[in-house]
Ligand binder design. Structure first.
Ligand code: HEC
Length: 113
């Protein structure tokens, strides 16, 4: 058995590669402010509390998770959403590769501003 323990977010992500990784998320998330889809808009997500957009109906699980979105918390969440916020309703199994996640997060740090 392999134990997958996501470690601290890597700071060496490649935003150009991360843009391609965002295809994993784009079916459900838009980056424009106020553009909620299946999932909430990710515009301005860094520094925001989980479950904070007034115009999106979140699960109670994500609202009470107490997560503040930073590169580190997002890394943990994307690696294994159900482990990071048990019971949340994001239908995504997780991105296993830490270098893929670092690329994606580097892209999101630019694209969600
Ligand atoms: C199949 C649809 C789907 C996919 C794919 C998906 N998400 Fe989500 N996401 C959701 C839903 C639905 C929620 C709200 C979950 C809840 O309320 O429990 C969510 C919530 C989130 C949140 C919390 C936002 C907030 O305002 O607190 C973040 C961050 C997030 N997703 C990032 C991602 C990223 C990054 C990816 C790609 C790796 C991704 N999601 C893939 C549907 C999706």
């Amino acid at each position: 058995m392999t134990l997958l323990l996501p470690c601290a977010a890597r700071a060496d992500g490649d935003a150009a590669r991360g843009e391609a990784k965002f295809q994993d998320c784009a079916a459900c998330h838009k980056l424009e402010a106020g553009a909620n889809n299946v999932g909430p808009s990710l515009h301005g997500v860094f520094g925001r509390k989980a479950g904070e957009l007034a115009d999106f109906r979140y699960s109670p699980a994500i609202k009470r998770s107490g997560i503040i979105w930073t590169p580190e918390t997002l890394d943990r969440f994307i690696a294994d959403p159900q482990a990071a916020a048990p019971g949340n309703r994001m239908p995504y199994a997780g991105m296993a590769s830490s270098s893929d996640r670092a690329d994606l997060i580097a892209y999101l740090q630019q694209a969600t501003k």
